[in-house]
Ligand binder design. Sequence first.
Ligand code: NAD
Length: 263
Amino acid sequence: MHRLEKKVAIITGGGSGIGRATALLFAQHGAKIVVSDIKKDLLDETVEILETTGTDVIPVESDITNEDDVKNIIHSAISEFKAINILVNSAGISSRMSEQEESSDFKVWQKVLSVNLNGTYLISKHVVPEMKKSGDGSIVNIGSIHSLVSFPLGGTKVGLKTGTFDAYPPSKGAVLQLTKNMAVQLAIDGIRVNCICPGYTKTMMTKAAWSDPTRFEYIKKRHPMGRMGTPEDIANACLFLASNESSFITGIALPVDGGYTAQ
Ligand SMILES: NC(=O)c1ccc[n+]([C@@H]2O[C@H](COP(=O)([O-])OP(=O)(O)OC[C@H]3O[C@@H](n4cnc5c(N)ncnc54)[C@H](O)[C@@H]3O)[C@@H](O)[C@H]2O)c1
């Protein structure tokens, strides 16, 4: 069954991990896809995979923190597909990734907030007027279990970064509050806004952790189901929240975390 027939979906961070898996699943369910990422090589790989499904796909290389780039994503979607029904905000970075590029802890803080929070805000702001014209819309933000709970105490013993003032949990907590605020404001327009809160998921972002056997064991044990998530676990939740099956659901935080936040 094609659950996204006739829908146009924009997916940010679609070059890798959760964004790529979501783009592929949405394509398999009949959506037309606008896929964006800051990294052209990753974006090209995703497009190659999507084209095997025979779907209509537009790649847009873009930095989600740059307003002109964001406007270009919207422009590409409208000029080619005439509407936008779904936005999945999957572009994101961890402090660990940002530390490789930035020189001071405050610059790391600003970078993480800029991509995870400001980027989510920026594209959502520009998508909303187009969704209002379509008369329906579903925005799915990829938050985190750290939208809901802190980094664990004790992780540093196994080499996990658990800095008390790490920007990642605040950035993802703010994404959840942005979700709720937008959901309430936009409900009357038929636009739903929800936040998925993934547990630790096996992607490029967490590679440093899952490629180290000690850390990998630690992370698996933190999840009651005893494993990390897969990008497909999260993509399936995106599909539900993007489709009409969730038509009375808005403003929620949906943990997809093997029980992590139930503890
Ligand atoms: N992997 C996890 O354990 C996990 C857990 C909870 C939440 N998340 C969130 O899920 C989302 C996807 O992460 P992932 O695990 O698939 O990681 P990933 O690193 O595999 O994918 C993230 C993608 O975002 C892109 N990106 C980064 N900065 C960008 C920018 N400024 N503009 C456009 N694209 C940009 C990257 O190039 C990459 O392709 C992120 O928001 C992340 O915070 C991940």
